[in-house]
Design a protein around this ligand. Structure first.
Ligand code: ARG
Length: 469
């Protein structure tokens, strides 16, 4: 029986070659340096394939058993990190096949019956991506839990809310954190959707056109726990849409983390002084002894760029690519792996950072002493007394101008000033415009009043408590 050693190349595909591969070509086109991450899923896929070959009578039962046994041993070795790969074997698929031959001998050559590396790599990537999407989704849930816990622990804290990064209206700190909870909920849903899109079985497509062997794709699909299979062999080996979906979901997730990063960075600055990040999540300066820098959110904000880059990179690889498999598609891997390895630690770090941050309550108590973020409430007060809101807005705008000139907040203006501005003002105006009253008045669903935020917080907890959420 012919083996790879029988050809000049010593390659599994070397039969039609008479010359050795140029070494630079070998090194440049090999993917084993990065696709070794697929070792486990590759072997799992091969076990399912070997079982099916035996069950369908395509190879003798005994051979199938030998293959499955050898592959099972390899899987254990892969899990223990004990497999040794060679660049001459190009990619994970051929490395595994050679390692199998070392264990079970020439029968290893039967494993690739009715299969191509094109459908094999597609299978591996589907399995890998499906699992990675689920892992990311769970890491998102852990961060959401940290946000809920911090919202709960700091429920009474009021912070300035901003639009245009100008003081707008006070909000509960919990309300602000929960805004990120809902963003992340959409991210979690998107990753669940990515897992669904990756839940399609490509094996059996062969190189591009299907196979002459009487294979049973449905049984492989079931063995590997896929929900459905590709109905078109050309599509099966060419489709990388689910990877674009993954990178796109990851990009948006990084966008959200970068927005939270920016706020944590601002809030922990002396100028804002709303929070203090735990020392464990900060670093110092080699020159300035006083520095405590928010490196974690800065690095995460920065790393959003590389994830976007991977999304653009893959879209560009796919653009204009003819059917079916082209080696360009090997470029789908590093960006995906790097994205997973960027996003997962970011989520873990954020969960720890949120859990350990401290709110600077004394600073926040002073935060409203000199601002006008209760001006809307003065206008709403008039409007509730029948003054048209536009008129009220104008009246209060002038009051704010007067207060700025006097160097006082609205709550410190003499009552005579209010009365001169509008007869509708009564002495209860003062109690209506404290930060607590301003927040408490926004009881509308989704608003920042404690009871509305409590309702929201309970909903958030329900999301986290839903089985499989
Ligand atoms: N390493 C390849 C990849 O990642 C596997 C498929 C190779 N197929 C081939 N016909 N060269 O895409």
């Amino acid at each position: 029986m012919a083996t790879d050693a029988d050809n000049a190349q010593g390659k599994l595909w070397g039969g039609r070659f008479t010359e050795q591969t140029n070494q630079l070509v070998e090194a440049y086109t090999a993917s084993i340096g990065f696709d070794q991450r697929l070792a486990e899923v590759d072997i799992e896929g091969s076990i399912a394939h070997a079982k099916m070959l035996g069950a369908c009578g395509i190879i003798p039962d005994e051979d199938a058993r030998t293959l499955v046994q050898g592959l099972t041993d390899l899987l254990a070795a892969a899990k223990a990190g004990r497999l040794e790969f060679r660049v001459e074997d190009e990619d994970i698929h051929m490395n595994v096949e050679r390692l199998l031959a070392l264990r079970v001998g020439a029968v290893a050559g039967k494993l690739h019956t009715g299969r191509s590396r094109n459908d094999q790599v597609a299978l591996d990537m589907h399995l890998y991506t499906k699992r990675a999407a689920e892992t990311v989704r769970q890491a998102i849930r852990t961060l959401q839990q940290a946000l809920v816990d911090s919202a709960e622990a700091n429920f009474d804290v009021i912070i300035p809310g901003y639009t245009h990064l100008q003081r707008a209206q006070p909000v509960l700190f919990a309300h602000h954190l929960l805004a990120y909870f809902w963003m992340l909920s959409r991210d979690a849903d998107r990753f669940a959707d990515v897992a669904k899109r990756a839940d399609k079985m490509p094996l059996g497509a062969g190189a591009l056109a299907g196979t002459t062997f009487p294979i049973n794709r449905e049984s492989v699909m079931q063995t590997l726990g896929f929900a459905s299979l590709y109905e078109n062999s050309l599509d099966a080996v060419s489709d990388r849409d689910y990877l674009v979906d993954f990178l796109s979901a990851a990009s948006l997730l990084m966008t959200h983390l970068s927005r939270l990063s920016e706020e944590l960075i601002l809030w922990s600055s002396e100028e804002f002084g709303f929070i203090e990040l735990a020392d464990a999540y900060c670093t110092g300066s080699s020159m300035m002894p006083q520095k405590k820098n928010p490196d974690v959110p800065e690095v995460v904000r920065g790393k959003s760029g590389r994830v976007y880059g991977h999304l653009m990179g893959l879209l560009t690889v796919l653009k204009g690519l003819p059917l079916a498999y082209n080696k360009d598609l090997q470029e789908d891997k590093e960006g995906l792996f790097d994205t997973i390895e960027t996003v997962l630690p970011a989520l873990e770090l954020f969960a720890g950072m949120i859990a350990t941050l401290e709110v600077r309550r004394p600073r926040l108590q002073q935060a409203f002493a000199r601002d006008y973020s209760n001006a809307t409430d003065v206008a709403d007060y008039l409007a509730a007394k029948g003054v048209p809101f536009r008129t009220a807005h104008e009246v209060v705008g002038k009051l704010v101008l007067q207060a700025i000139e006097l160097g006082k907040p609205l709550g410190d203006l003499d009552f005579s000033v209010y009365q001169a501005a509008s007869e509708a003002f009564e002495s209860d105006i003062y109690e209506r415009i404290t930060p607590e009253a301003v927040v408490a008045a926004r009881k509308s669903r989704g608003g920042t009043a404690p009871e509305a935020v409590r309702f929201q917080l309970e909903l958030a907890k329900t999301v986290l408590a839903t089985p499989g959420s």
